[in-house]
Design a protein around this ligand. Structure first.
Ligand SMILES: Cc1cc2nc3c(=O)[nH]c(=O)nc-3n(C[C@H](O)[C@H](O)[C@H](O)COP(=O)(O)O)c2cc1C
Length: 326
């Protein structure tokens, strides 16, 4: 496990971020098929896991081909986190990640997620306890701090988390108070990276191959994590890989690739959930830039069945094909 962990970070991995209602098994495989090196599950509540809640257990189910995947857990009680870590470990993830970055008030105000940033000593003690209970590597995803610029604990925290055995750190380069607004400040990832020898992964505003290249150049980090851009443009993974490996800027995906990915997601999410709703946040992005995309998008959103959505894509494809042949 350790060799593969080290090998993974030797190649500057491009990582699908943990995203609630996005990074499920279906989306992880989809992103892998277009170049993601590593995927993280959406965060899983430790109380749900320990109570045996079906939804929580479903989130940590990893099919044999769903690798390498990281399971992310969150909670506010160190003992419960440590206990849940053993449950998650049994699911066979490549490693376990502790969410110390969720800014959503109902989570952070209860001391989970970014709430840990209000008490760095408690965060470090919690991480130490989790590390001591599992054999699999434990990592932490956090933000640069909770509030104002003057209260950034991240550099000192990075050092202390490494000291208690945390094996890698992902830094979303915003404060918790910023939520998703304002620009990510990658310089904090650089400062944290400079004081530790564990891999540091930079996250926040990586939305193209060029942005990834710059983020790694400016920070010296061991990998990049992509969140929102992957929701609408999963091809970012192969674009980043091409840029990092060959300095190459890839052409955008073809119409065929875009429509094929729409169909794939529709089929798979329909089979799992019996609804197309969960594909909406993706489909609009997948077809973005195609001629007539806004009309197609509207029609897709008005149709609530798999057949309806597929028929619309078929009609669009026929039009595009006859246009190309003319
Ligand atoms: C819809 C959505 C859900 C998210 N869920 C999680 C989560 O479960 N765990 C987590 O650590 N971060 C979560 N995040 C934060 C992302 O992992 C990432 O840190 C953030 O979006 C910044 O990266 P980006 O600028 O590439 O989007 C979520 C973000 C979004 C947009």
């Amino acid at each position: 496990m350790s060799a593969s962990f080290d090998a993974l970070f030797a190649n500057r991995p491009v990582i699908l971020a943990p995203m609630e209602d996005v990074s499920d098994a279906i989306y992880r495989q989809l992103c892998r098929s277009v170049g993601a090196d590593l995927c993280v599950t959406e965060f899983v509540n430790v109380e749900g896991l320990l109570r045996g809640c079906r939804k929580a257990h479903h989130k940590i189910l990893l099919a044999p081909d769903d690798q390498p995947t990281v399971i992310q857990i969150y909670g506010s009680d160190p003992e419960r986190l440590a206990e849940a870590a053993t449950v998650a470990e049994a699911a066979g993830p490549m490693f376990l990640d502790i969410n110390c970055g969720c800014w959503v008030p109902k989570i952070a105000k209860r001391g989970a997620g970014a709430g840990w940033l209000k008490n760095p000593a408690a965060m470090v003690a919690m991480a130490k306890m989790v590390v001591s209970r599992v054999a699999v590597p434990v990592t932490v995803k956090t933000r640069i701090g909770y509030g104002a610029e003057t209260e950034m604990p991240i550099v000192d925290l990075a050092r202390r988390l490494e000291d208690v055995g945390v094996r890698a750190l992902t830094i979303h380069c915003r404060t918790a108070n910023m939520g998703h607004t304002g620009a990510a400040d990658w310089s904090w990832a650089r400062r944290a990276r400079e004081v530790v020898s564990i891999p540091v992964i930079v996250n926040g505003d990586i939305d193209s191959g060029e942005a990834a290249r710059r983020a790694l150049e400016e920070t010296g980090c061991s990998g990049v994590m992509v969140g929102r851009r992957a929701i609408e443009h999963p091809w970012i993974f192969r674009e980043v890989r091409a840029m990092l490996d060959r300095g190459e800027e890839l052409a955008p995906p073809t119409t065929q690739e875009r429509l094929d990915l729409c169909r794939r997601l529709l089929h798979e999410r329909w089979a799992l959930r019996g609804r197309v709703n969960s594909t909406r946040r993706h489909l609009g992005g997948f077809i973005k830039g195609l001629p007539g995309a806004s009309g197609l998008r509207r029609e897709l959103f008005e149709s609530h069945t798999l057949e309806g959505n597929l028929a619309l894509l078929e009609r669009y494809q026929a039009c595009a094909d006859s246009f190309a042949a003319a």
